[in-house]
Design a protein around this ligand. Structure first.
Ligand SMILES: Cc1ncc(COP(=O)(O)O)c(C=O)c1O
Length: 369
């Protein structure tokens, strides 16, 4: 059976790691894209010690409210229409304002004084060049919003925080620090700041400001290029497993699967695992990709290479190194979890864990540990 097991305790552990790294900051826990594929309903109860959650679409905000989340919700791309701004007010959602149309909706339709929508995350483009005002625009917007009665959090997003020494980091930090100082001295000392995603939390401890916005770190992946999840004492929050449903011995010089991409150098004992890209396992992986076969009786795990092309419903693995006495048929196979870690699988697939986690499909049975 294909199974995705979500581990809320791991998420709470990872949240506590964030709090240790950024003890002075409030935490906006990112749960966009169905909590990075983990399922927002499964994840929210693990985040009760967060100060708020971050989502990318109003539908996600609404879902969280319907699930009973009654603390801060930050909408990180803001409202997409004037109507959505009104709905944000009705649902007490705090919005990013990153361009003039959103500023106009906010100035024209001011929420009640006690509404969470009175808190605006004003986006400054410090170098990512996706969303946000330039320095002059952000100062003008801040002045107008403050005069209209909004509380402000100046925010920006790192483009390269995973790589500590990337030169753009220092530039983004400098721009952010300078503009925040100007806003605080010329408009209001109460204006707050929010700079760091997961990688920023790990790499830039001097610059955590009032709110940090962890995403991937909560789910147990390393956000930085020079430290593993284990080194950061993170626990992976998703176990993805399946089962061996058939065994073969493939003769030397015979190929396996579509395109006969893998050719046996010698007679090779193989196992068919009932999982594929239709479940969210990546279709293209390199020759280092492996899964762990679990021996039910000893609980010992055996790394086995993925061979041949990943198909929609099946992968083939090389089980020739598993001792003959281990019963393979029906054995459990870990695709990612503690080993291999999803970060390793992502590296073998030429992508990042974010993508693999978001792309698991509805077919595997969902469980909670
Ligand atoms: C504005 C913003 N803040 C924080 C995050 C969290 O990023 P990460 O998952 O790298 O921590 C994201 C995710 O892309 C984001 O868009």
């Amino acid at each position: 059976m294909r199974t995705i097991t979500i581990k809320p305790k791991a998420i709470t552990h990872n949240l506590n790691q964030v709090k240790k790294l950024a003890p002075q900051s409030k935490v906006l826990a990112m749960v966009k894209s169905n909590a990075y594929g983990h399922g927002v309903a499964a994840v929210l109860p693990a985040l009760t010690q967060a100060d708020g959650i971050g989502v990318a679409t109003f539908t996600e905000a609404l879902e969280a409210r319907q699930l009973g989340w009654n603390k801060t919700i930050g909408l990180v791309e803001g409202a997409f229409t004037a109507d959505e701004w009104q709905q944000a007010i009705e649902q007490d959602v705090s919005c990013v304002i990153h361009h003039v149309p959103q500023l106009t909706w906010a100035l024209d339709n001011v929420p009640p004084a006690d509404s969470a929508t009175r808190v605006v995350w004003l986006k400054y483009n410090t170098g990512m060049n996706r969303l946000g005002f330039n320095a002059e625009g952000v100062i003008n917007a801040a002045r107008q919003l403050k005069e209209t009665g909004y509380q402000l959090i100046l925010t920006t997003h790192f483009a390269n925080a995973d790589d500590h020494d990337h030169p753009l980091n220092a530039m983004q930090i400098q721009r952010f620090t300078d503009v925040l100082a100007i806003l605080q001295s010329t408009i209001s000392p109460t204006i707050k700041g929010s700079l760091c995603n997961s990688a920023g939390i790990v790499n830039f401890s001097e610059h955590h400001y009032d709110w940090v916005r962890p995403g991937i770190i909560l789910y147990g992946s390393s956000p930085v290029i020079d430290k593993t999840a284990q080194e950061l004492d993170l626990q992976s929050a998703m176990d993805f497993s399946a089962q061996i449903i058939a065994l073969q011995t493939v003769s030397a010089n015979d190929g396996i699967g579509y395109g006969s991409r893998w050719i046996a150098q010698q007679d090779t004992k193989t196992a068919l695992v009932s999982v594929g890209y239709g479940d969210g396992y990546p279709r293209v992986v390199n020759d280092d990709a492996y899964v762990s076969v679990i021996d039910d009786t000893s609980n010992h795990s055996y790394p086995c290479a993925v061979i041949g092309r990943v198909a929609m419903d099946m992968i083939v693995i090389d089980v020739s190194k598993v001792p003959a006495e281990v019963p393979l048929l029906n054995s459990k196979v870990i695709l990612w979890g503690s080993a291999p870690h999803v970060d390793e699988v992502a590296a073998h697939a030429g992508t990042i864990s974010y993508e693999l986690l978001c792309r698991v499909t509805m077919r595997p049975k969902r469980l909670q540990a």
